[in-house]
Structure formats: structure tokens, C-alpha cells
Ligand binder design. Structure first.
Ligand code: IDP
Ligand code: MG
Length: 153
């Protein structure tokens, strides 16, 4: 992988879209210096969500989670940059918003776990799978950021 070319999958969930948090979430990643390389909105199918959350299918909250996630549009994003997977998770906060620090997205904007506004990949491998799941190959764009030299030393 090229230098600083790590990518993650970040998604604004239906509650985040309804609450008008899309711009804020994009802005946080942009201002940090990360590079947007994919962006789209859609109401996802049950099949796609079941694949996305496949690891959780035995959990009691799974049916409710799928139901909620298909209830309205989500905004899918691919972000690129140094350590973006781990940093993205830190920017999101904990799964439980009540355990999330103020300053994180979940710590600033939500309360309950089932309405925690956003998703972020939990490892580099998961990120690669999720980007493939949510984007067609030509929807993830390779380009160089002019500001790169002002972001990285
Ligand atoms: P993550 O989104 O922080 O990676 P996961 O454990 O992957 O957390 O769970 C996926 C999503 O499922 C969470 O973001 C949350 O919306 C929901 N979820 C996880 N655990 C619970 C729970 O115990 N009750 C209700 N919803 C949950
Ligand atoms: Mg997860």
C-alpha cells in the first residue's frame, strides 16, 4: 500500500442523516486532514446490511439493528490517510455513546447505542471488505491532495 494510503469506511446512519449531522461528520474528517475518496447516499437493502453486520447475527439486537439501518438513507464515505482506521474509530467514540468522550462524534451527538449516528470500520482488513461491499470500484476515487504537503511532514 502506498504511503498514507490507508482507507476506512465511515457511514452516517439513518439517525445521523435525519438529525442533519452529515455535514458535521464530513467536516471533522476533512479538517483533520483526511482525504475523501468516496461518497454516496442510499437506503441500503436488508441483504447488504446483513452482510455488513454479519458478525453480529446471533445478537439479540440484530433484527432491530437491521430494521433500523434499512429504515432510511445512509451516507457512505471512504476516507484515506495515515492511520485513518484507528483514528476514525477514535473520532467516532465508543459503541455506547454514554461511554464516549465529549469531543467525539458519539460523545457530542447521541445517547443510546441503537441510535449512535455513525459507523466506522474496526480494522484495516474489515475496512477493505466494507469499502468493496458499499462501493463499486469506480466509485472510490484515486487522486492526489494538493494540501498533502501541508498535512504530512
Ligand atoms: P461499532 O458500531 O462501535 O463497531 P458493533 O459492536 O460493531 O459496534 O455493533 C454495531 C452496531 O450495533 C453499534 O454501532 C450499535 O448501533 C449496535 N449495537 C451494538 N451493541 C448493541 C447493544 O448492546 N444494544 C443495541 N445496539 C447495539
Ligand atoms: Mg463494528
Amino acid at each position: 500500500m502506498a504511503k498514507n494510503a490507508e482507507r476506512t469506511y465511515i457511514m452516517v446512519k439513518p439517525d445521523g442523516v435525519q438529525r442533519g449531522l452529515v455535514g458535521n461528520i464530513i467536516s471533522r474528517f476533512e479538517k483533520r486532514g483526511y482525504q475523501l475518496c468516496g461518497l454516496k447516499m442510499r437506503t441500503a437493502s436488508k441483504e447488504l446490511l446483513e452482510e455488513h453486520y454479519g458478525e453480529l447475527k446471533t445478537k439479540a439486537f440484530f433484527p432491530g439493528l437491521i430494521n433500523f439501518m434499512t429504515s432510511g438513507p445512509v451516507v457512505s464515505m471512504c476516507w484515506q490517510g495515515k492511520d485513518v482506521v484507528k483514528q476514525g474509530r477514535a473520532m467516532l467514540g465508543e459503541t455506547d455513546p454514554l461511554k464516549s468522550k465529549p469531543g467525539s462524534i458519539r460523545g457530542d451527538y447521541c445517547i443510546d447505542m441503537g441510535k449512535n449516528v455513525c459507523h466506522g470500520s474496526d480494522s484495516v482488513e474489515t475496512a477493505q471488505d466494507e469499502i468493496k461491499m458499499w462501493f463499486k470500484p469506480d466509485e472510490v476515487v484515486d487522486y492526489s491532495l494538493t494540501a498533502y504537503k501541508d498535512i504530512y511532514e
